[in-house]
Design a protein around this ligand. Structure first.
Ligand SMILES: NC(=O)c1ccc[n+]([C@@H]2O[C@H](COP(=O)([O-])OP(=O)(O)OC[C@H]3O[C@@H](n4cnc5c(N)ncnc54)[C@H](OP(=O)(O)O)[C@@H]3O)[C@@H](O)[C@H]2O)c1
Length: 188
């Protein structure tokens, strides 16, 4: 049994990074960070796009799988497993890296979010998506959570189209205006 959990903090325009691809201070929040790190500690494998991998040193020494068109299929490098989804199907990746099943954490970025929302094999898509919103942060021209956000689509609508349904929203930092909604896969 494999479960797949996505994590992101977005501004009120659904953006995860600024227009240069850098993580902006406006999205840094301690309550979100503590939640995110505790959740990743529960993961048997973390899947990241290559830009996110480069942007975030693996200080906790978690087991990483990096998505990159430059990977030779599925290959183990010194810093992580590297994977080209065009070359190796994700069920094959799971069979090799998680033969007994397990929990997968997906901290992004956009490439990984789009993949597990609507491109990975059915049955290997998000079980849950943990979406934090920094409601006061504005990055209108930044990197979207999903490709569709940059095309003007609404984040909530895109997650619903991916088969996810939102649970209750709870405020995790009232002073900073940050809340958290966990979207859960809806039986298709
Ligand atoms: N706010 C948040 O919650 C959050 C979450 C995650 C990341 N971030 C921030 O966002 C920034 C990075 O995110 P990002 O969305 O720009 O990049 P990303 O998704 O992490 O990585 C993009 C890279 O993935 C590779 N790629 C693209 N298409 C691919 C495909 N079809 N198959 C396999 N690999 C593919 C490309 O690199 P190759 O040339 O190697 O193929 C591309 O440059 C960082 O600043 C990070 O800190 C924020």
């Amino acid at each position: 049994m494999i479960s797949i959990h996505g994590y992101a903090i977005v501004c009120r325009h659904g953006r995860i990074a600024d227009a240069t691809g850098a993580f902006p201070p406006a999205l840094m929040n301690e309550a979100d960070w503590a939640y995110f790190q505790a959740e990743l500690d529960r993961a048997d494998l973390c899947v990241l796009g290559s830009a996110s991998h480069r942007a975030t040193p693996n200080r906790a020494n978690r087991r990483r799988l990096v998505m990159s068109r430059g990977a030779a299929g599925l290959e183990q490098r010194e810093d992580a497993w590297w994977w080209a989804p065009q070359e190796v199907a994700f069920d094959e990746v799971c069979a090799r890296l998680l033969p007994a099943g397990g929990r997968i954490g997906v901290p992004g970025g956009q490439v990984a979010f789009d993949y597990f929302l609507h491109e990975s094999p059915p049955g290997l898509r998000f079980s849950e998506f943990h979406l934090s919103r920094a409601t006061r942060a504005a990055i209108p021209d930044g990197r979207g959570l999903l490709r569709g956000v940059e095309a003007g689509r609404d984040t909530d609508a895109l997650l619903r189209e991916g088969g996810l349904r939102p649970g209750a929203t709870r405020v995790i930092d009232a002073d900073a205006g940050v809340d958290l909604t966990v979207y859960v896969a809806h039986p298709r």
